[in-house]
Design a binder for this molecule. Structure first.
Ligand code: SF4
Ligand code: SF4
Length: 422
């Protein structure tokens, strides 16, 4: 379908009065910690990224999209901008984009990420018709980055200081390059932080321009309570305007950003997130009827059928469970796993074996199977506990982390059986 890519109000100021955007808050987790971010506050009068009234599941986001379009047909862009990072929640992000592509193919799709986890999904992004991506890059020198990021998480490894900033920067720069190779329009958001990176931000402009980024958005820091940068002051026009002028010699500058919330909706100058807050909250409570029909089951890696206690890579079969009509859960069948030793294809085959499952529960999982399963719509959970407890979290929601600490003493972790988990 032909889309008019000029109808994005953030990338084209001319359309800001006639085209609107909606942010779908489907991505609650983040894989880095910026020293200016605190996502625990929810105030409808507060307007800044990282904040939302409710978090939606992908099927709820599509319902919400229908309702938003009915109330505000001038919306031309559907985006995901948190409240965490889209690629710290890749399954939710990709599934939401897939559903939007199916249901509202005429919309422009937009993603806003810190760039840390985006690389494995570049092809998906392009295939799903995402036309605009924003990567937030506030430093191109790990020494400066180390002052901005408290930590950076890469899979199960957490980096601090310059090493963390270096890992993040590498991903961000490769992300710009990969997105441009796929013909996607790239905006770079750079937070201007007085005394930290204000004298460095032109360097960011230069480096990103060299990689082909289309536009830079210098956003003045909004100091937030309970963050390491809460004591800094917000840079004013006298700081930001000259920086934009100088940066504009290397890359086009955005000058009309509204620093939107993760659930922003409406025209940029006429945000309707307050009036649509009730609709958003109602959608966040919808039951996953369609999802239930498409993926009614949950797969479990277990040795004896009572505990989740097998490493995914070791499991030669999975128990398949479902909700019982009379309440509780019922065992459906034992399903054979694909043979060990066929490389990454094994995880694509496992996704196929579990194609009617919304989740798989195991005691541990490698990075490759985790990503492959997520991409194919099977959400992996690492659990150490009783199967029925874990099923309740999957079907009814809640904090699955509570189960991770409940040690049972029966084969909780990876036994290192050479199952090839990752
Ligand atoms: Fe917050 Fe976004 Fe930074 Fe994550 S990337 S810590 S959500 S500002
Ligand atoms: Fe557009 Fe800025 Fe709002 Fe993002 S935060 S949607 S770039 S106006």
């Amino acid at each position: 379908m032909h889309k008019d890519i000029t109808k994005h109000p953030c990338f084209n100021k001319e359309t800001a009065g006639s085209c609107g955007r909606v942010h779908l808050p489907v991505a609650p987790k983040c894989n880095i910690q910026c020293n200016y971010c605190n996502r625990k506050y929810d105030c409808v009068n507060e307007s800044r990224p990282g904040v939302t009234s409710s978090v939606l599941k992908p099927f709820q986001a599509v319902e919400y999209m229908d309702k938003v379009l009915a109330k505000e047909p001038r919306i031309t862009v559907a985006g995901i901008a948190g409240p965490g990072d889209p690629f710290a929640n890749p399954a939710e992000t990709i599934e939401t984009m897939r559903l939007l592509n199916q249901n509202h193919p005429h919309l422009l799709f937009c993603l806003s990420s810190n760039g840390m986890g985006i690389l494995p999904y570049l092809d998906d992004i392009a295939e799903l018709g995402v036309s605009h991506v924003t990567i937030t890059i506030s430093a191109v020198d790990p020494k400066v980055g180390a002052q901005i990021y408290a930590w950076v998480k890469d899979g199960n490894v957490v980096y601090h200081g310059e090493k963390g900033a270096e890992v993040l920067l590498d991903r961000q720069l490769r992300a710009i390059k990969g997105l441009k190779e796929r013909g996607i329009i790239v905006k770079v958001n750079s937070i201007v932080i007085p005394g930290i990176n204000d004298e460095h931000i032109i360097e960011v402009a230069k480096v990103c321009a060299t990689l082909g980024a289309d536009i830079q958005n210098m956003i003045p820091l909004k100091p937030t309570a309970d963050t390491p940068f809460s004591h800094l002051s917000e840079p004013g026009r006298e700081t930001v305007l000259p920086l934009r002028r100088e940066g504009g010699e290397f890359i086009e500058q955005m000058t009309h950003c509204k620093r939107c919330r993760a659930d922003a909706v409406g025209l940029l100058g006429k945000d309707q997130s307050a009036s649509l807050c009730g609709t958003l909250q109602a959608c966040s409570k919808l039951k996953p009827l369609e999802a239930k029909l498409a993926r009614p089951h949950v797969a479990v890696a277990t040795r004896e059928g009572m505990l989740v206690n097998q490493h995914l890579g070791e499991a030669t079969s999975f128990q398949i469970w479902s909700e019982a009509d009379t309440g509780g859960y019922r065992f459906i069948e034992e399903r054979q796993a694909p043979e060990v030793g066929c490389g990454p294809q094994r995880w694509a085959d496992l996704s196929d074996v579990l194609k009617d499952c919304r989740a798989v529960l195991s005691a541990a999982i490698g990075e490759t199977p985790r990503m492959t399963l997520e991409k194919n719509g099977v959400k992996p959970y690492v659990v150490d506990g009783v199967i029925e407890d874990a099923l309740r979290f999957v079907y009814e929601g809640g904090d699955m982390n509570a189960l991770k600490v409940r040690r049972t003493g029966i084969g909780g972790g990876c036994a290192g059986g050479g199952g090839g988990c990752g």
